[in-house]
Write a protein that binds this ligand. Structure first.
Ligand SMILES: CCCCCCCC/C=C\C/C=C/C(=O)SCCNC(=O)CCNC(=O)[C@H](O)C(C)(C)COP(=O)(O)OP(=O)(O)OC[C@H]1O[C@@H](n2cnc3c(N)ncnc32)[C@H](O)[C@@H]1OP(=O)(O)O
Ligand SMILES: Cc1cc2nc3c(=O)[nH]c(=O)nc-3n(C[C@H](O)[C@H](O)[C@H](O)COP(=O)(O)OP(=O)(O)OC[C@H]3O[C@@H](n4cnc5c(N)ncnc54)[C@H](O)[C@@H]3O)c2cc1C
Length: 679
């Protein structure tokens, strides 16, 4: 860059950075990028549809800088902008007649930077899942047409995990045919629901139902909170924002205090349980049927994780192909690309591989969920425990992986990864929420472990199992490690057997430990608590095995060209091997593999880094993520990293004048205290 151009901070070269261009020119995958993009979008038509949505959104300045503009704005303005974006987004949905799926694409395109997400993510799905047909006819179109805006208010100050401990109460008054809602204690105050603080006028409030002094468990109550005339809180309602968070500060997560708020009997959402005019309680389906909205969101989070990692690996791979630092070969005149260092590849490629892995895994999970949901809608709850286990577990595992890998990606960009303009810091902080929302990860792993213990006991008693736990019927004596040569480490089917055996061993160990403690006289709850750590380990091992199988099978179903197959298979092998090496202790301890196999696997792991390297830029280009979506100065398609960094300094309020007012107020009087102005 010339000195003149350096002074012109607004200039971004019109050409792609030759460092990135050479990557694209040299990758044999480049001509096939659109084939991968079509897989990720679910078909070429969908790619075109997404790009059309991007064009619509990004011609509007309101959305153009959405991924990054919040850095410079006070909370109040961020919220206002988030509401403005929400309203514009809803209007565009109506104008262009977007389906729910297309609306979902628009939300990804703007990187979730809007305030009223809970209306679409939880309020409408909960209405659909928890209402009777009559209630749906009354409420759903109002919600879909944005005549009412709502949230899902379950968590309280004192309880998020333990739903049976919720203290908000809905007491039935048969004389007026109303429910009276109260948050009678400090700990019962609703706390966290998105868009509750300032935005919504309705909430589905999860409360313990009381009839004639008798408790009937947690149920959903559709409750108006604010006047539809002037948006003021209705009588008995106190509501506000809970304050700034690590991220998501466009969202007004709120608190809610209810004091004798009366709602008509018809506002209890009665698909799963009913209260008659006279106050007679009946229920149908399993007792946990009211937990169903959470299953859907957990399934959705797995896909979010894949999208988050696609964004971050786009940034880190492109940046690593542009950045040069030190040199591998002292005779070379040029410094080396950091992407050529094996250690850098080891930081960056796990994210890339996991982005693809979670894409395939989330697709399978979604299909499995839709199938089970259709059965449930017909009154068949047979597969509910299995989908609860899969959705809760995959949410936990993918959120855990995502947070860990994202932070490594951020570090892989060195100092520049610490700049807000890299967008990686905000991405890490946002992903951290996914570990907690929709069920805290450890708690969800323990739900999986509970299911596994039951299935293991059934297997031991001779029952034939189906679904994800079918393998628990195996005879462990018959296992011998299928990896007999270094070449076997590339065979994912063989590696899946290794994962399966490790899961079996860890589950059977947890079961043995529990049994030992109970037979030794410990009470059930004490024995459980004394083995929670092993139970979580067993759950993770099971979920990782399930993930591998779903990924492998999903890949097997693809009809793809040879170069694409080779590139995607490299990622599959790397992901499979990487997660064995990462958990080496468990695999060795369970004797799923031996020391020689571990050596071979480690060699294969680094060999795969070199295999992936030439196609790395093409593999992130294939995500086809718009620069405005990831919003990072480090990760744009043109690779003009340094120019974009310089340009971004123009957005900094401190740079709007040469001499800041604080100089006159504080620094100048201090410097001149000894009359040094003559110096
Ligand atoms: C850049 C992109 C990032 C975007 C980020 C956006 C963030 C915003 C997104 C979303 C907003 C977040 C919203 C929320 O968080 S809403 C609140 C979510 N809350 C929870 O998830 C609460 C978690 N707790 C629970 O789910 C339960 O309490 C529990 C499962 C931990 C325990 O339940 P409980 O009734 O107390 O326990 P029991 O021991 O009595 O029951 C276990 C029994 O129940 C079965 N079961 C549990 N859950 C379900 C279910 N969902 N469906 C079906 N069955 C269920 C379980 O299998 C056991 O069965 P059993 O063994 O046969 O007895
Ligand atoms: C960004 C964000 C958005 C949210 N949006 C909403 C929303 O829209 N609506 C809503 O209702 N809620 C919302 N929540 C709340 C969220 O669902 C809860 O925070 C979550 O379910 C965890 O519950 P908790 O906060 O009570 O954690 P806790 O349960 O108190 O967890 C704290 C610790 O205790 C441990 N622990 C708790 N119980 C057990 C157990 N049984 N066994 C072992 N360990 C245990 C956990 O593992 C964890 O380490 C949101 C939260 C966040 C962060």
């Amino acid at each position: 860059m010339s000195a003149a151009a350096i002074l012109d901070l607004g200039k971004i070269p019109s050409k792609v950075n030759p460092e990135l261009q050479s990557e694209r020119d040299c990758s044999s995958l480049t001509p096939y990028i659109s084939e991968i993009t079509a897989i990720v979008d679910g078909g070429r038509n969908n790619t075109e549809k997404r790009r059309q949505i991007e064009r619509i959104l990004f011609k509007d300045p309101l959305f153009r800088d959405c991924a990054i503009d919040s850095v410079y704005k006070p909370r109040d303005e961020m919220y206002a902008r988030g509401v403005e974006r929400s309203v514009r987004l809803f209007a565009l949905k109506e104008e262009y007649n977007w389906t729910d799926e297309e609306f979902g694409i628009a939300v990804y395109v703007i990187n979730h930077q809007y305030s009223l997400g809970l209306h679409t993510v939880m309020f409408i799905p909960a209405l659909e899942r928890l209402s009777t047909e009559q209630q749906k006819a009354k409420w759903l179109h109002l919600a879909r047409n944005y005549q009412i805006i709502g949230t899902y208010a379950q968590t309280e100050l004192g309880h998020g995990t333990n739903l049976q401990g919720l203290e908000t109460i809905a007491t039935y008054d048969a004389t007026t045919e109303e429910f009276i809602l109260n948050t009678p204690t400090v700990t019962s105050i609703k706390w966290w629901p998105g868009a509750l603080g300032k935005s919504v006028n309705y909430a589905i409030i999860l409360a313990t139902l009381i009839i004639d002094g008798k408790k009937h468990g947690m149920h959903p109550f559709l409750t108006p909170l604010r006047s539809t005339e002037d948006h003021k809180p209705l009588p008995g309602v106190k509501v506000g924002d809970i304050g700034p968070k690590l991220t998501f500060n466009t969202v007004d997560n709120g608190y809610l205090i209810l004091n004798n708020v009366r709602i008509p009997r018809e506002n209890m959402l009665m698909k799963n349980a009913q209260v008659s005019r006279e106050g007679h309680f009946t229920s149908r389906g399993p007792s946990k049927a009211n937990y169903s909205a959470m299953i859907l969101v957990r399934v959705t989070i797995v896909n979010w994780c894949s999208v988050i990692l696609s964004n971050s690996s786009t940034i880190t791979v492109r940046y690593s192909a542009v950045r040069r630092q030190s040199t591998l070969d002292s005779s070379s005149e040029k410094e080396s690309k950091i992407l050529d260092y094996q250690t850098q590849q080891y930081k960056v490629f796990p994210s890339l591989a996991t982005a693809y892995a979670l894409f395939f895994v989330s697709k399978t999970l979604k299909n499995r969920y839709l199938k089970t949901y259709a059965e449930i809608m017909k009154g068949n709850f047979k597969n509910l425990p299995e989908i609860h286990c899969q959705s809760a577990g995959m949410k936990a595992l993918s959120a855990e992986m995502t947070v860990e890998l994202l932070e490594i990606s951020r570090q892989a960009c060195g100092g520049h990864g610490y700049l807000a303009a890299s967008a990686l810091g905000d991405a890490v902080a946002s992903a951290k929420a996914l570990v907690t929302v929709e069920g805290e990860n450890t708690v969800l792993y323990l739900q999986v472990a509970r299911y596994l213990m039951k299935r293991f006991a059934a297997a031991v008693s001779g029952e034939r199992l189906s679904g994800s736990t079918e393998y628990l019927c195996m005879d462990p004596i018959k296992y011998s490690c299928p990896i007999n040569s270094p070449g076997d480490c590339m065979n994912v089917s063989l590696l899946c057997q290794v994962y399966r055996f490790r899961a079996y061993r860890m589950i059977s160990k947890a079961a043995r430990m529990l049994q030992r403690d109970i037979e030794g006289g410990k009470k059930q709850h004490k024995a459980m608590n004394d083995n929670l750590v092993q139970l979580v380990r067993a759950a993770r091992a099971h979920l990782l095995y399930c993930m591998m199988v779903d990924y492998k099978e999903s890949m097997n179903q693809l009809q793809i060209s040879v170069p694409v197959s080779k590139a995607l298979n490299n990622l599959l092998v790397f992901f499979t091997v990487f997660n064995i090496v990462k958990n080496a202790g468990d695999f060795l301890e369970t004797e799923s593999i031996g020391l020689p196999q571990m050596e071979w696997l480690k060699e294969t792991e680094v060999k795969m880094l070199a295999e992936i390297r030439p196609d790395a830029v093409s593999l992130v280009d294939a995500f086809d993520i718009h620069d405005n979506t990831h919003g990072s100065v480090l990760g744009c398609y043109d690779g003009n990293v340094y120019e974009r960094m310089l340009k971004s300094t123009q957005n900094e309020p401190l740079n709007q004048c040469d001499v800041h007012y604080s100089f006159h107020q504080h620094l100048k009087p201090f410097l001149q205290r000894n009359n040094t102005s003559k110096l």
